[in-house]
Design a protein around this ligand. Structure first.
Ligand code: ADP
Ligand code: MG
Length: 242
């Protein structure tokens, strides 16, 4: 069974048809990158995958379960489908450690000592163990984004979503975040990532999706996508950003 099955999803903002029939299947361990022009619906699409947005038509199944089922616990869903945003979105009044342990303790009912031990392990994995007792404002952007990744991982998600995770970072901090993502991908995490980091996508993606005007216009392996794109709009996009 695929981990995610997205079937003919449509969404409107008022009269504006922002997602116009999206269908995708994501297998366990797959790393899928989404690119496309600004305003094409990439963020909206990815936010639908953990119900940060409502959809008006179609369905999204996580391991066969309809995530829009009205009986589904949305907090549980969001812990199973971790999300990392452009703007980190850490809790400013909580230490790094508390940012990471909050949900495991509250949602998963993990004993505190266990949650702390897991968090320390994750902080080591993302290379900032020595920052555990600081507050987000005391960290660089790259460090904050690594905390955000560790926080999502603390819930042992089935899928990780990233929406332009390095776009708000100073250039010298981009690689420290991309390296963490690369490690995750090679550890077998199922990932969907919106990015403009094309060199990174080329290196890490199993598959690349090009979105334009609310549709997935082109889907291909990185080899094919970068060397032999089929659509004129994909060619124009690549020409502009490469
Ligand atoms: P992308 O991430 O590809 O830049 P978005 O998904 O953010 O695109 O936005 C797609 C389109 O939907 C844009 O035209 C944007 O202005 C519009 N949009 C996004 N969010 C809203 C909203 N909450 N209400 C109305 N329109 C929105
Ligand atoms: Mg966006």
């Amino acid at each position: 069974m695929p981990i995610l099955e997205i079937r003919d999803v449509h969404k409107w903002y008022g009269d504006f048809h922002v997602l116009n029939g999206i269908s995708e299947t994501v297998e366990k361990g797959e790393v899928v990158f989404i690119c496309g022009p600004s305003g094409s619906g990439k963020s909206t699409f990815i936010r639908c995958l953990n119900r940060l947005e409502a959809i008006q038509q179609g369905s999204i199944l996580l391991e066969g379960v309809d995530i829009y089922d009205k009986n589904l616990d949305v907090n549980e869903l969001r812990s199973e489908v971790g999300m990392v945003f452009q703007q980190f979105n850490l809790y400013p009044h909580l230490s790094v450690l508390d940012n990471i342990t909050l949900a495991p303790i509250k949602v998963r009912k993990l004993p505190k000592h266990k949650a702390v031990a897991n968090a320390m392990e994750l902080l080591e994995r993302v290379g900032i163990l020595n920052q555990a007792h600081k507050y987000p404002i005391q960290l660089s952007g790259g460090q904050q984004q690594r905390v955000a990744i560790a926080r999502a991982l603390a819930m042992q998600p089935k899928v990780m979503l990233f929406d332009e995770p390095t776009s708000a970072l100073d250039p010298e901090m981009v690689n420290e975040v991309l390296n963490v993502m690369k490690d995750l991908a090679s550890d077998g995490m199922t990932m969907m990532c919106v990015t403009h980091e094309m060199a990174f996508a080329k290196e890490v993606a199993d598959r690349i999706i090009f979105m334009d005007h609310g549709v997935t216009l082109e889907k291909a392996s990185p080899e094919v996508f970068f060397t032999n794109p089929q659509h004129e709009r994909t060619k124009a996009f690549l020409k502009e950003i490469l």
